[in-house]
Design a protein around this ligand. Structure first.
Ligand SMILES: C[S@@+](CC[C@H](N)C(=O)[O-])C[C@H]1O[C@@H](n2cnc3c(N)ncnc32)[C@H](O)[C@@H]1O
Length: 493
């Protein structure tokens, strides 16, 4: 990266351009084998028998097409609980951890008896199709997109694996009951039927969150209360005591999702949202969610062989996600999950999965991943966050104005969420976006670019013709991801 102002170099993690690795000279990133995934049958829920009787032991379809984050798509009636299935024995390749190169790395498993459970994985809205692709890479064979996530069937260990490896997921929810309801009493009765002491120990704390779309119930808090009562009454009847409630950091978070006439009750297997990777130690201006950043890298078609540059990196989210992808680092390795507190948790199997993920990481090495920002505080924040992730030596950071600085060695992908509305006046914003377009045209011929913006004027002002516009949500903020192929002189809109 040529520097127009060398005196401005920050102190954290900056490498001179000569040290910057070229993607073309880097050794290819390879996946490694991990131990096979052994699994033992899981205990069945009390409601399973009724479910099987109702379903006629058919393989059920999607667990739940609607989003636990408030989606509104169509529902399919489902029997409560799970269904036991015995897959046909078949040839098994060695189970593999996902590889940053082999996007289709299968998680084939030994023939075994498995309990097929229903799961719903939530993700930022707009990433559902990409989440389905990611789940397939993680060994999920039947993921189906739904608003705000995807549903899949599998055993609990597959759900643990998704928790450990998914870069796009927010939560993995395990469906334990589902059906029609008209009143809070129906919800109570359904939850009361479950064998709660088999699901978790009475010493665990719990909390119930109710999400609803078009529910006729007046109070969602009251619905939560009814579920909590049902769980506690179930425990009292079975073991003579009840678990405590902890609404802040429950061991066992329960999620009740209501539509106009149907309810679904989930155990949240994740606990803390999966996008909280634990590396955000220094605040940044308007950071993008980690899983959205990872999804954008996928949507942009980025692969670790390509140079990547975030010229307005803020706290460095894109850089951290890209480096973790390039080094095949499981995003959940630093995470503790709610499923570790459930009765079905199997420490031996979990350690096997974790050890596989640890072995699958590549050695830290310099990567063709570059970041800059014109705010020295942001350069510091990105440096500290990358350091917390153990990735500071893998990337190249600098303080620079995007409009002044030359492109790093490329071509590759330039990706960013540019400043939006808050700190710049409308007039400044308009001229900044126009200057961004001019800079891209002048200095980034041959690169691809991906910018996420909530500003509806952005595509016009940048003056480039996007080859793709993808609707995405950054939290509640409706955005578009604009993708550009930058060919000198031909992108003027
Ligand atoms: C929305 S924030 C990016 C947040 C970042 N993606 C993250 O996750 O932390 C936009 C960033 O653009 C930076 N910025 C604004 N104008 C710039 C310019 N001309 N050159 C470089 N950076 C700029 C701001 O300092 C801010 O950190």
């Amino acid at each position: 990266m040529a520097d127009s102002d060398k005196t401005k170099r920050p102190t954290l993690g900056i490498k001179p351009d000569a040290e910057a690795p070229s993607a073309r000279t880097r050794a290819p990133v390879r996946g490694r084998h991990v131990p096979r995934d052994h699994s033992k049958p899981l205990p069945k829920l009390a409601a399973d028998k009724a479910a099987e009787a109702k379903s006629g032991k058919e393989r059920p379809k999607a667990g739940r097409p609607e989003s636990a984050e408030g989606g509104n798509e169509r529902r399919r009636p489902r029997p409560p609980g799970s269904v036991q299935a015995r897959p046909e024995p078949r040839e098994q390749p060695e189970a593999q951890a996902p590889s940053s190169h082999d996007k289709r790395a299968p998680y084939a498993e030994r023939p075994r008896t498995v309990n097929v459970e229903h799961f719903f994985v939530s993700c930022p809205r707009g990433l559902e199709a990409e989440l389905v692709r990611e789940l397939a890479e993680l060994g999920v064979t039947d993921a189906r997109p739904a608003a705000g996530g995807a549903a899949f069937l599998g055993d609990l260990q597959l759900a643990w694996r998704v928790n450990l490896w998914s870069r796009l997921a927010i939560r993995v929810l395990w469906r334990v009951a589902e059906g029609r309801y008209r009143s809070e009493d129906d919800l109570y009765s359904s939850a009361r039927e479950l064998d709660w002491p088999r699901l978790f120990d009475v010493s665990r704390t719990l909390a119930v969150t109710t999400l609803a779309h078009k529910s006729p119930l007046k109070s969602l808090n009251f619905a939560s209360l009814k579920i909590k009562d049902a769980v506690c009454d179930g425990f009292r009847a079975s073991v003579g005591e009840r678990p405590s409630v902890d609404t802040h950091t429950p061991d066992v978070p329960l999620v009740l999702y209501l539509t106009a006439d149907r309810y679904t009750l989930y155990l949240d297997l994740s606990g803390e949202p999966l996008n909280r990777r634990g590396f955000r130690i220094e605040p940044a201006t308007a950071p993008i969610n980690e899983n959205l950043a990872a999804g954008i890298l996928r949507l942009a078609g980025w692969s670790p062989e390509q140079p990547l540059y975030d010229p307005m990196m803020g706290g460095g989210t894109f850089l951290i996600e890209a480096a973790m992808m390039a080094l095949n680092i499981a995003p959940g390795l630093n995470h503790h999950f709610a499923f570790e507190k459930l009765g079905s948790f199997d420490m031996v199997e979990w350690q096997r999965l974790r050890k596989g993920a640890e072995a699958a990481q590549h050695e830290r090495e310099p990567l063709a991943i570059y970041g800059s920002d014109n705010d020295p505080l942001m350069v510091r924040a990105a440096g500290l966050n990358l350091q917390a992730a153990g990735l500071l030596d893998c990337v190249v950071l600098r303080e620079a104005d995007f409009l002044q600085v030359d492109a790093p060695p490329g071509p590759g992908l330039v990706v960013s969420n540019p400043p939006y509305g808050v700190r710049l006046s409308l007039a400044d914003m308009a001229s900044f976006y126009k200057d961004m377009g001019d800079t891209l045209k002048k200095r980034y011929a041959g690169w691809t670019a991906a910018f996420i913006s909530a500003d509806p004027e952005f595509p016009k002002l940048i003056g480039l013709s996007a080859n793709r516009r993808t609707p995405l949500y950054n939290g509640p903020l409706e955005c578009r991801l604009y993708s550009y192929r930058l060919v000198s002189g031909s992108n003027r809109g």
